[in-house]
Design a protein around this ligand. Structure first.
Ligand code: NAD
Ligand code: DAU
Length: 344
């Protein structure tokens, strides 16, 4: 069913200094030595070049400090680097921030995606992979799963902006036959995740014996996937996916937030009395669950890291990289660019 394999020569990764993007850069440098990567990132609060210290030495890797809201810069980068494929991750990604400040979510996630689509089409790119989220499907009751044909029903400003971006990407396929692909993935966890998201926040608080803030009753359900499995899925879809298609990516691993938090405390040897119930997130989606059958049947992709192993690896990684966490908390990480490239 899948089309012939496409291996990009000059791949643009947007948002490569963030959590998934930096893991993806490492993954592709390791698995696709014939591909040159240009990592385009605006280095917002979520971008951290320390995540890519090793990649800097690789001749197949280049970083460009650019904002996707700058349409002219998008055209320039595509032409200058002879980009033939794009994996688009750059986004404002945190639901809580979208509730207090939705404007930048529309600017980056919607208008920024429009700029990229225009520039990539103008440059005649051969593949454009939009890295989407399961949150665009809305919220599930106790049963059922999201499939690729589930209607979009986003509930937060974040997921609404991601849904709008998905619609634009889909329009570029239908209107211009521009070869787009969309993935929609469940909650990722693993190294280099910014400590505003559930897992690194809880690990960071637990290591300091600070309260662990659980929203509402703690019974909201997320489907957790290790970031390395997401990276493998993204590379698979980019190189083997059929243009115009959507692919759901998930861990088949549903957990309540309380289960996740208790597991973290258990692994870290910290007491459950640190759990503190706080006011719920407005519009908090109750349950997400992804049906990834299409990825499995079309490509043979499946999660390779069990949650038990992945969580242990993740807790160990943050324990072994406490200075990474501390540089974020202190703001020191934002001076990394200056150390590597001189003054901004
Ligand atoms: P992140 O917040 O860790 O990283 C986002 C990156 O984008 C940062 O490096 C940031 O500097 C950059 N960026 C933000 N605005 C930019 C702009 N205007 N121009 C250029 N760069 C900009 O996010 P993440 O968790 O790594 O998520 C990456 C992508 O994957 C997002 O599109 C997100 O919607 C999607 N996604 C995330 C998850 C998850 O669980 N984290 C799951 C499914 C899909
Ligand atoms: O499902 C994919 C999405 O997963 C991605 O598209 C988003 O970019 C990513 O941020 C993530 O969204 P969530 O809202 O699910 O992730 P977050 O880590 O913010 O929260 C996970 C769950 O934990 C959610 O039910 C809210 C809850 N939570 C979160 C935080 C930060 C708490 O109970 N306490 C907290 O302090």
């Amino acid at each position: 069913m899948s089309s012939a394999t496409y291996t990009p020569r000059h791949l643009l990764i947007t948002g490569g200094a963030g959590f998934i993007g930096s893991n993806l850069v490492h993954y592709i440098l390791e698995h696709a030595p014939g591909t040159h990567i240009v990592n385009l990132d605006a280095l917002t609060y979520a971008g951290n070049l320390a995540n890519l210290a090793d990649a800097q030495k690789n001749p197949n890797y280049k970083f460009v400090h650019v904002d996707i809201r700058d349409a002219d810069a998008m055209n320039r980068i595509m032409a200058e680097h002879e980009i033939d494929a794009v994996i688009h991750l750059a986004a404002e990604s945190h639901v809580d921030r979208s509730i207090t400040g939705p404007g930048v979510f529309v600017e980056t996630n919607v208008s920024g995606t429009l700029n990229l689509l225009r520039a990539a089409r103008e440059a005649r790119a051969q593949r454009f992979l939009q890295v989407g989220t399961d949150e665009v499907y809305g919220s599930l009751g106790p049963t059922g799963m999201f499939t690729e044909t589930t209607p979009l029903d986003p509930h937060s400003p974040y997921s609404a902006s991601k849904a709008a971006a998905d619609h634009l990407v889909s329009a570029w396929w239908h209107t211009y036959q521009f070869p787009t692909l969309i993935t929609r993935c469940s909650n990722n966890y693993g190294p280099y995740q910014f400590p505003e998201k559930l897992l690194p926040l809880m690990i960071n608080n637990a290591r300091q014996s600070k309260p662990l803030p659980v929203y509402g009753d703690g019974l909201n359900v997320r489907d957790w996937l290790h970031v390395h499995d997401h990276c493998a899925a993204l590379w698979t879809v980019l190189t083997r996916g059929r243009p115009g298609e959507v692919y759901n990516v998930g861990g088949n691993n549903e957990k309540t937030n309380l289960e996740v938090v208790r597991a973290v405390l258990g692994l870290m040897g910290k007491p459950e009395s640190l759990i503190t119930y706080v006011k719920d997130r407005p519009g908090h989606d109750r349950r997400y669950a992804i049906d990834a059958t299409k990825m499995m049947t079309e490509f043979g992709w499946k999660p390779s890291v069990t949650f038990e192993t992945g969580l242990r690896m993740t807790v160990d990684w943050y324990r072994d990289h406490q200075s990474w966490l501390e540089q974020i908390v202190s703001g020191e990480y934002q001076r990394y660019y200056e150390q590597m490239y001189g003054r901004r």
